[in-house]
Design a protein around this ligand. Structure first.
Ligand SMILES: [Zn+2]
Length: 625
């Protein structure tokens, strides 16, 4: 959050979003706003809008929106500090000196820096071992056998961890005395007696870099028959397995350019694919893809071709990954490589045997994940009804995850045809499953178009924009809690909280805290054309809300009265009468107030909901006598 008076706040005040965005997107002035072709999704007519007044952008097509920092972060695929720097530079604002940290933060940063240094040192050590020791030469021969020549070894920083047991330890100790830190680095392990030794021994080493290209871990393959075959760095202060994708640091450019990623299992696969000239490849480094890895990838592309190993572990991993990717709204294809002779082919083996061109051909023809899954289902026993049911049940969870209804329907037809099951039955199952999923899924694209009542939209605009009185309005709404139960309740509540916070929170930040559907609705409302906002209008909105509120109370009261209680005491009857009188008095007052308001609101601003409420109040009054 940009604290008032902070550097971020200053940059935000001084930067012009139209100028910054204009460096990436050709913008045309349309009324008060600017519009252009969205850089975040493919489109032919512009739905990407920038407001110089509000200093925000929003795409009515894909729903991306935010302030100048959000835009740069999305465009440059960088974090907030980096975006701040870029915006400051583009706006000619000098960067301040680094701020002081707390002693603890300082120590942690120092540890991380030292561990990073150790990894750099280890990398130098491993590559030297590979290049210039007898053991290393054996490893080189093995690598050559796997199709990795000198240039490849150099390009991917491949090295060798010798068998000695403490060779790296001695090398590192010359510079780093802190034993605790050495063990924390993950490069060195500690046995039960507390003695330190090299974690990786007699293994080929593959440096694993973070997104920024810094080595944060190693993945190592046994040279002989040692187990496990693959051994990686443990979790350390600089490395968390689920946050890193192997080769992402080198793939970034190609991912952006090609707008799709090839996802493979291991580093050997990633290297093989990249060496074949296809650099938009990343490896999950482990059989299962984790959600943070998917979110990381989503910053570069949302289209993936999964090309995992064809063994049963790889198949299970493929299915798990497909499910996770679909949940994050990815477009997923699956490449299952054909066996070579009687050997199941991973990308590494396939490219070595069949060549890059053949691989590329298959990659281009990779089917959407549903085809892959249907093929899998068809291999199940389909001779009995039970078997078919199993096959359908295997497919259903994936089908449910297709957000697009039309597409889902198309696939249902295909599944019915291919599995030879009764289509109406399948569809019934499918729609049942779709209903059950409604509560589980966070975003429901079908509901995105839902509109809030005009009075809610007016309130939202005022809470966001009406500098003169938005805090007062928030206070009043908070006091009376009139917005409760409304469609846009969450948006209004968030805006009230933001206005009443000790330091007011910008609307764009409020948007960031909302669920996707509410976030989009908020942006759309912010871009609506409006007349000048007045306190009068605010009061009229409050009055409308009071009317809705009263009506609801009255309805509840009326329902209550319909239930005749035989054992009702006199006291209870009297109390009921008193409540009725009170409600009536309030309804009358509301009706009078509303009539005054009606005269104030101009014709084009007339609110059908408000009119309806007036009518309901009048009806209620008539019925109650
Ligand atoms: Zn867009």
């Amino acid at each position: 959050m940009a604290e008032v008076g902070s550097f971020a706040d200053r940059v935000k005040q001084q930067a012009d979003i139209v100028r910054v965005v204009g460096e990436y997107v050709r913008l045309k002035k349309t009324g008060k706003d600017f519009s252009g072709l969205c850089p975040f999704h493919q489109e032919k007519t512009p739905s990407f809008t920038v407001s110089p007044i509000k200093q925000i952008f929003y795409c009515f097509g894909c729903g991306k929106g935010g302030d100048v920092f959000n835009f740069v972060r999305e465009m440059e695929k960088c974090d907030f500090p980096e975006a701040l720097k870029i915006v400051a530079e583009k706006s000619g604002i000098a960067l301040p000196a680094r701020r002081e940290r707390s002693p603890e933060e300082h120590r942690e940063t120092q540890h991380r820096t030292l561990i990073l240094e150790m990894h750099r040192a280890a990398q130098t050590f491993y590559t030297q071992q590979l290049a210039s020791t007898p053991e290393g030469r054996v490893a080189q021969a093995y690598l050559e056998d796997r199709g990795l020549d000198k240039p490849a070894i150099e390009q991917f920083g491949i090295g060798y961890a010798p068998s000695g047991g403490d060779t790296l330890l001695r090398f590192l100790r010359a510079k780093y005395k802190d034993e605790k830190l050495l063990a924390e680095s993950g490069l060195i392990s500690r046995d039960q007696s507390g003695r330190l030794f090299d974690r990786f021994r007699r293994r080929i080493t593959f440096p694993i870099a973070n997104e920024g290209g810094k080595i944060v871990a190693f993945g190592c393959r046994a040279l002989g028959d040692d187990t496990p075959k693959y051994l990686n760095s443990p979790e350390t202060p600089i490395y968390s397995k689920s946050n890193v994708l192997y080769h992402l640091d080198r793939a970034k450019e190609a991912l952006r350019r090609q707008d799709f990623a090839i996802l493979v299992e291991g580093y050997m696969d990633a290297i093989a694919v990249a060496r074949a000239g296809i650099s938009n490849v990343v490896a999950s480094c482990g059989t299962s893809l984790a959600e943070p890895q998917i979110k990381l990838l989503a910053r570069f592309t949302k289209r993936v071709i999964v090309n995992y190993d064809p063994d049963s572990a790889g198949q299970a991993a493929t299915e798990r990954s497909v499910a996770l990717l679909l949940e994050q709204d990815f477009e997923v294809k699956v490449l299952a490589l054909p066996p070579i002779g009687d050997r199941k082919a991973d990308p590494d083996l396939f490219i070595r045997e069949k060549g890059a061109e053949e691989y590329l051909k298959l990659l281009k023809a990779a089917p959407p994940y549903v085809d892959y899954l249907i093929a899998r289902a068809r291999r199940m026993d389909m001779s009995t009804g039970e078997g078919k049911l199993r096959a359908v049940n295997f497919l259903l969870p994936y089908l449910q995850k297709i957000p697009n209804r039309l597409l889902r329907s198309e696939w249902a037809t295909r599944i019915a045809q291919q599995l030879r099951v009764d289509e109406p039955v399948l569809r019934a199952e499918l729609s049942k499953a779709a209903k059950e999923r409604r509560s589980a899924l966070k975003t429901q694209p079908e509901l995105l178009g839902r509109l809030a009542k005009p009075v809610e939209r007016r309130l939202i605009r005022m809470l966001a924009d009406a500098e003169d009185f938005k805090i007062e309005l928030a206070r009043r709404l908070q006091e009376e809690r009139l917005y409760e139960g409304m469609e846009a309740e969450k948006i209004i509540a968030a805006l009230i909280a933001a206005n009443l916070a000790p330091e007011p929170i910008p609307t764009v930040e409020v948007a960031g805290t909302l669920e996707e559907r509410d976030r989009r609705l908020l942006f759309e409302i912010l871009f609506e054309k409006v007349n000048n906002q007045t306190w009068r209008e605010a009061e009229s909105c409050l009055s409308t809300l009071r009317g809705i509120h009263l009506q609801r109370q009255f309805d509840a009261f009326a329902r209550e009265q319909q239930v005749v209680k035989s054992d009702q005491t006199l006291a209870e009857s009297l109390e009921q009468q008193a409540r009725k009188d009170e409600l009536l008095a309030r309804l009358r007052a509301q009706a009078r107030a509303q009539e005054v308001e009606e005269k104030i609101i101009t014709k084009d601003e007339a609110d059908p909901v408000q009119e309806q409420i007036n009518k309901m109040i009048k009806d209620s009054l008539r019925r109650l006598g």
